[in-house]
Every structure is written in C-alpha cells, then in structure tokens.
Design a protein around this ligand. Sequence first.
Ligand code: ATP
Ligand code: MG
Length: 429
Amino acid sequence: MKLIKGFRDIFPDSEIDISNSELWNSINILIKQSLDKFNFSEIITPPIEYDSTFKSGIGDDTDIVSKEMYEFILKKDDEFSKNETFCLRPEGTASVVRSYLEHSLGKKKKINKLFYCGPMFRYERSQRGRYRQFHQIGAEILGSKNIYYEIELIGLAIDILRNLQIIDFKLEVNNIGDEDSLKKLGKKVFEFANDNKNKINPEDFKIVEKNPLRFLDKAIHKYEFSDIPSSKEFLNNESNERFDELKELLNKNSIEFKVNEQLIRGIDYYNDTVFEIKSSNLGSQDTILAGGRYDNLVEKFGGPKTDCIGFAAGIERLILLLNNNVKKASKIKIDFYVIYQSDNTKSYAYSVLDKLRKIGFRSEMDHDRKSFIKQLKSASKNNSLYTVVVGEEEKINNFVKIKELSSGDEFTIKFDNLFQEKIIDLVKK
Ligand code: ATP
Ligand code: MG
C-alpha cells in the first residue's frame, strides 16, 4: 500500500510542516479569525463535480483544464456510464458559482460573502510548493461591483497574512479590462508573437496559436522582449477610471502595492481587477494568493449578470512561510497529565481525570501500568503544563497534588475544589 505521488497524509507530530496536523489546525483557526472579522460565511461544496463546471468556467485551453484535471467516469454494472464525466475539482470558484446558482443565493441576499476551504486536485509536476493534492482557502464576494469590495477583499487577504505573522510579501495588481479589451490584447499578442516567431520556440508558439493570452501569462517571461504588449493599451474609460480609483483607495488605506502590467492570470473568467500576492521566500512557486474580478461567470453558468470578485490562497504555501513563533505556539499543550502511584489509586486518578475534562481542561493519563518516572516522562513528552499526582495519601484525604512543570511550583488542593472558579483561574493563569 502506498500514497499517490503528489498527495499527502497530514498527521500529529509530523516533522514536515505541511504534513503536521497541529500546524494545519492552527493555521485554519487563524485564517478563520480574519474571515470572521470581515463577515464571510462558509460554503462547503463537494470535491467532485461534473467536469463541465470547470471546462466552461475556467476555459478549455487553460493548463488547468487541458492538462491538469483528474477526470473519470463511473463503472456501473460492468458498463461505463457514458454521458457523465466527473472530475476532482481543480479550484473553488466555479463550484461556488454553481452552488450559488443552484440554491438561488443571489435572490436571498443581494451580496454574498462566502469562503471555502478544502482540497483541490491538479495533475502537475510535484515539487516544493506544488502538489497534486493541495488545499485552498478562498473568499468570494458575489453581487456587487463597488470598488470598496476590491479594497475589502484585498484587505482581507492582507489581514490573513498578518494574522499568520507573514510579513515578507508583495501585492501586485493589474487591470486587464473587459472581454472586448482582452480580445484586442489577444490579437496584439498574436501579432507580436508572429513578428517574433523566429525567437519563440515551436512549443510556445503553439500556445500563441491556441490562446495568445495564455502565452502572455505563462511563456512570454522566458524571452527577453522589451516591448511586450500590455493590457493597458486596450482599456476603456470606465475600466481605466475604476483602476485609478482602486489605486487611490489602496494608497488611502495604506495598502502597499505594485502595478504589474503583465499580470494576466491563468484562468479565463477574470476581468478588470486582478491581483497576486507573492513572497520571495518560496523559491520558484512564489505566488501565495491570487484572485480577481469575474463579472461574467454567473451569467455564463446560466444565471443573471452578477458582478463578483474573489481570491484563493494555497494553504501549503502559507504553511511554508510560517515563522518559528507561530509553529511553536501551534504545538498542542495538555493542561493536566494525571499520574497515579499504584493500582489502588488508579480509579481515584481516573475520577480526577474525568472531572478535569468535565471542567474543560485538555487532560490525559496513561492507563497501562507504568512506573511513576515513566508517567512523569510521558507528561513532559506530551507537553503538559501541569501534572496532577495522585497517591495513597491524596486518595484517603481526597486531595490532589498539582505541579506546574515549567516552574516546579506545587500546591495541594481538595478534589472538590477543582470545580471552584478561583482554582481554575489559578491553574489557567
Ligand atoms: P501557479 O502559477 O503557482 O501555478 P495558479 O495561477 O495556477 O498558480 P491559482 O489557480 O490562482 O494558481 O491558485 C491560487 C493559489 O493556489 C496559488 O497562488 C497557490 O498558492 C495555490 N496553488 C495553485 N496550484 C497549486 C499546487 N499545485 N500546489 C500547491 N498550491 C497551489
Ligand atoms: Mg498553476
């Protein structure tokens, strides 16, 4: 039995950060704190969808759809179901829009602020920061084109990074314009590539022929062209004005950014504002988070015209950027480790353990008969803050002896008093 390449198990005490479930738990808690503050609510969609959800949403000739999707059909009674092709979802936005429409969320609320968190699947070359199963946290605002939603969403992205104590990052924004502007840009890129055909390798030229914008996103950077076509040339007035307003508001809200006129994004549904957050500490997979406006996707899926904006961040890439403080703080600590001195005192010790748990403390004890010393070692190995020692004397007198492992301070209290708030305060200090 073995794990599939590019997939991973996530389990306690793993030495590899992106496989360590304690780090996963704490990163999820920290991210959710930010999402709560910005009033986003969770949407949970299945990891399997009809392939059409992504093919029409993301675009047939994108890398994701043409090369990276895990597609399959079901085998039923020795026959294959011919009309239903499924896939493991490669991203979250198309599923959210599918669900938003199926449940008429736009009719219930004008503006929906949704987040999702879960595994995504892409058949890519696995390497640091790039896996075949990875996880994304995504936030979507459906129902408005107000520029303040751009600010809110980018503000949320930055709040998440700050809450994770990730400080070394750069925000890049661009305005790619509407469908018409993108068409014109595509045409210009095609002409540009055609003029420079002798400098472009045949594989990359195939990309140009299929979808020139893809060439701009993925391949043009390999060449040292100085006059690369940019989206800026083809923007209409309205889009230009929005972008000016966005830059002004980012400045006003002290959000540092750089305009990257070559930023295009590898998914078809984007228009106008696009943005990415990059870190120089990630090596070649340097994008932590990416997103943009997608005002036509709901309509493309058969719904009414609905302006939307969203982003997705790769959780594994976020974990790779955590500093030692955050990693240390995420280590699970047990409040109390109950240690008993003989078989006679075990049932009393168990009742102490049970009571501690009922009060709400994370507590543990070793049920297999081990020496006192071994239990003490277990307590420190399990990162216990306190031990509760239960011996004959304590049992007879209904006492427990509590010791703080870091300071060595000891005190004895009556078992019944464990319920008293001041004892809890003392211990939880
Ligand atoms: P990249 O250029 O790195 O391939 P992308 O443009 O395909 O990224 P999106 O589809 O926009 O990325 O996904 C948003 C984020 O999800 C990325 O910024 C990254 O953090 C994460 N991500 C995407 N693909 C992977 C992967 N295969 N493994 C791990 N994280 C990923
Ligand atoms: Mg990719």
